[in-house]
Design a protein around this ligand. Structure first.
Ligand SMILES: [Zn+2]
Ligand SMILES: [Zn+2]
Length: 195
């Protein structure tokens, strides 16, 4: 049994989450490899308990027709699960409602290009905030938050620009997240007063 995360008061979800958090007893693992795992050729499993519930070859195909499997797999990692289930802050909800489905998709594509699209993204690993915009939540949930997570989960090598196909795939993953979490968005946006 392995539990490593800062719990909130009395059964509340964790206050702060890190990519290396896990709660193996509840089947929420951490698949980010460390140097020891690479050395020992064990880079496919949980870094704490070693289980290998994910068929990586399948996820690494980046096949949108198989998106349900990819999302089920993402939910077996503690940090992803957290972002698939955590309450979304009001500012982020309002922003998404103003944009609507079409606008938020455009914003997501723009954000992916800017934050992870280039060869060496600015502040890579720390470029995606944890709140304030639904796209940030979606990026952590779908492992498109930094090039390390993109490499681990989607098998896109670091140190090169993302292709148009990859940008499209990641944008679609973000879209799935937003549709799940905010199913009532209008198509083209609506008026929402500022907080
Ligand atoms: Zn584990
Ligand atoms: Zn990341």
């Amino acid at each position: 049994m392995f539990v490593q995360h800062a719990m909130g008061p009395d059964g509340c979800p964790p206050i702060r989450v890190k990519c290396t958090d896990a709660d193996c007893a509840h089947d929420l693992h951490c698949f980010l490899e460390n140097k020891k795992m690479i050395r020992e050729g064990k880079k496919d499993g949980c870094r704490y308990c070693g289980v290998r519930p994910v068929d990586w070859a399948r996820v690494h195909q980046r096949n949108f027709d198989d998106v349900a499997y990819t999302i089920r797999s993402l939910n077996q990692e503690f940090i992803r699960y957290h972002f698939w289930h955590v309450a979304i802050d009001q500012r982020a909800i309002n922003h998404a409602r103003r944009k609507g489905r079409v606008g938020i998709r455009e914003a997501a594509e723009h954000r992916l290009r800017k934050s992870v699209g280039s060869e060496h993204p600015f502040r890579d690993g720390r470029q995606t905030p944890f709140e304030g915009n639904i796209i940030y939540y979606a990026q952590h949930a779908t492992a498109t938050c930094c090039r390390n997570c993109i490499y681990e989960w989607h098998n896109v090598p670091k140190g090169r620009t993302l292709t148009e196909e990859e940008i499209r795939y990641f944008t679609n993953l973000v879209k799935v997240y937003i549709n799940c979490r905010l199913p009532d968005l209008t198509e083209t946006g609506e008026y929402v007063p500022h907080l």
